[in-house]
Design a protein around this ligand. Sequence first.
Ligand SMILES: Cc1cc2nc3c(=O)[nH]c(=O)nc-3n(C[C@H](O)[C@H](O)[C@H](O)COP(=O)(O)OP(=O)(O)OC[C@H]3O[C@@H](n4cnc5c(N)ncnc54)[C@H](O)[C@@H]3O)c2cc1C
Length: 485
Amino acid sequence: MIEQDIQNEIEIQTIEPLPAERLESVAGWGGAHSGMGYVYRPSTVAQLRELFQWAAANHRTIGLRGGGNSYGDAAMNDERIVLDLTRMNRILEWDPENGRIKLQPGVTLKRVWEYVIEDGWWVPVATGTAKITVGGGAAMNVHGKNAWKLGTFGDHIYEFDLMLPNGDIKTCSRKQNSDLFHAAIGGFGMLGCFTSLTLHLKRVYSGLVAVEALTKPNLGSTMQWFEDHLHNSDYLVGWLDAFSKGKRLGRSELHRGIYLKPGEDPNPAQTLRLETQKISPDIMGFFPRSALWRFQRPFWNNFGMRFVNIGKFYAARLKDGATYREPHAHFHFLLDSLDWKKPFGPGGLIQYQPFIPAENAEATFSQILQLCQQRGLPNFLTVMKRHRPDPFWLTHGLDGYSLAMDFRITNHNRARMVSLARELDEIVLGANGRFYLAKDSTLRPAVARAYLGEETVSKFIALKQKVDPQNLLQTNMYRRLFGSP
Ligand SMILES: Cc1cc2nc3c(=O)[nH]c(=O)nc-3n(C[C@H](O)[C@H](O)[C@H](O)COP(=O)(O)OP(=O)(O)OC[C@H]3O[C@@H](n4cnc5c(N)ncnc54)[C@H](O)[C@@H]3O)c2cc1C
């Protein structure tokens, strides 16, 4: 016993301190959560391994970070090591005949589509921002506006290399190390670090998408529209006015996108060029998009947003039924040209995105929207998508709908927001719904276990103990949801 104590004492004395010059502010994208972390930015696999080994030898923990676009604490590791992987950003192999691409984890989605589009390929899963890295996208198993049709990011990963905490690299695919494959995709960086990923891309025959824009007067007609168009669309997405009530509850602006077939674009060589895809930094040729937030800021409160939502709905109604062709990048990534979170102010925002089975979705979303209004916390931006199940262990996917809701956070409403989230959690669990770690910042361990299922959580934790016995890989989110080991 005494010998063990002496041994522990010697170990503690030989632990190297973390260098103060590495200390930086590390925040979730929403800005409502921030802390300080010791940030390292490896550029090679060898450096990554060295950092893993140094951290293990010095009893430190490591949180992995891609582009930092998760809204909450998924890529934060307060007062501990954060490995920012954005310098591991090389395109390793590209086969333009078959659309197969091998990438280092820090390559962004933007870099991928810009690299491949002139060869007639597009990213099969495009998130609302192209600033995410492929490593971060795989770790959260992200989805796009076509999730019901093409599934999630993981569905398009052919194989990946994963560096385990002991420095070994495992190649994983559906056939090889299949457990690790299905657990690390969506495994929020807790099993290892992706060092390369091979993806299958989507063939396109034009740089344009055919778009139809329309409005619906309430939640029921909005959801019926989705159901009616699942079979004949490539993308479906809805924006909902979260302030509307009564018969107008859930009224919406909807967009439907369809790929052009071979021959439908008279000049694909031109539309597939990068120049066609570029989003102009100015609105109407003179007003910088990046400055728009200055005009939005005074309206970004409950009073102003009511009018912004009404204005947006009626502006959309004026163009009801409009059809047009739009470059892929405009259709997916317009938000990237705006300083989207700035109008929310210094407290930032949190996003709450429940996933509800199709059969319960209308009643449950109706309850959720009304509860937010009753609590005086209507969400400012609300986006609806359709989904399908996937085979990944910690999946958020199901045969149903999600509603992504942005809430502004201030010193005055933070505590109320947390208690609203608690109430919403109960509604979602009661409807057999699921949650999404990329957006989460409020879930508690019991809720996470309830939606993921005890069996799945135990299986995941057992695999983590096997590949990471020292619990080297940790983040704030991991400690929040699965307890401090
Ligand atoms: C404006 C905006 C719009 C968005 N729209 C969508 C959307 O439409 N659909 C959607 O699904 N999501 C969406 N998101 C969320 C975003 O796609 C996810 O949070 C994504 O995981 C972010 O990727 P990232 O590279 O920024 O990773 P980070 O946020 O930095 O990290 C995400 C997770 O990945 C882990 N990780 C990072 N790199 C690695 C690696 N190399 N190996 C192992 N683990 C790693 C981290 O530990 C963390 O748990 C949106 C986010 C924003 C800001």
